[in-house]
Design a protein around this ligand. Structure first.
Ligand SMILES: Cc1cc2nc3c(=O)[nH]c(=O)nc-3n(C[C@H](O)[C@H](O)[C@H](O)COP(=O)(O)O)c2cc1C
Length: 172
């Protein structure tokens, strides 16, 4: 089911002590969400379980951030990043996310686990314009070229600060 929610300019701000936690199966379908997840996303447990994690995807997020996330996870590594999410009422909430693959004893990925905490305000202020630039590039390039077009900004967008996205994210 495709969700048609109109984004609204209202922010939900995480509290210092909050952790938004979810687990998915290997295909990215939600198998667990904690209460704080339900509070921020504005969905009940039955609405979340079994569904895809893009239920909270915000249209302001560039596609190549998620591409980068999935590539990182599929390479068996953990992902750290800033994500703007959308709640069921269209409001948004920024998170600092860590996503890790869960492996069985044979080393096969059987699912994913994500913990998000309140992002630093200065980090969001730095990331938001970079994401906006990436999104504009993706829209200009059209769906086929979108990811290639904006990937360069993710990789080089922090050059003026002398760091990569990963270094920027992990320095906090
Ligand atoms: C454990 C886990 C947590 C995720 N958390 C989020 C999230 O908080 N927000 C989000 O937009 N996508 C999240 N994703 C990525 C989504 O599965 C999806 O790739 C993304 O929303 C892009 O949607 P699309 O593939 O429909 O373009 C998560 C994926 C996994 C495996």
């Amino acid at each position: 089911m495709k969700h048609r929610i109109t984004p609204i300019d209202r922010e939900r701000v995480m509290r210092e002590e909050d952790f938004i936690v979810s687990k998915t199966d290997a295909k990215g379908r939600i198998t667990y969400a904690n209460r704080i997840f339900m509070e921020f996303a504005g969905y009940s447990e039955p609405e979340l379980l079994g569904g895809q994690h893009n239920i909270v995807r915000h249209p302001d997020m560039p596609r190549s951030v998620f591409k980068f996330m999935w590539e990182t996870l599929q390479a068996g590594q953990e992902f750290f990043g800033y994500v703007k999410n959308m709640a069921s009422d269209g409001s948004f909430y920024w998170v600092f996310a860590n996503v890790t693959p869960t492996r069985n004893e044979r080393g096969e990925t059987v699912g994913y686990y994500s913990v998000r905490r309140k992002p630093r305000l200065d980090a969001v202020a730095a990331i938001a314009p970079v994401y906006a630039q990436m999104l504009a590039k993706e829209q200009q390039a059209g769906p086929k070229q979108a990811i290639a077009a904006s990937r360069g900004i993710l990789e080089h967008g922090f050059q003026s600060r002398g760091v990569t996205y990963e270094e920027f994210v992990l320095a906090l």
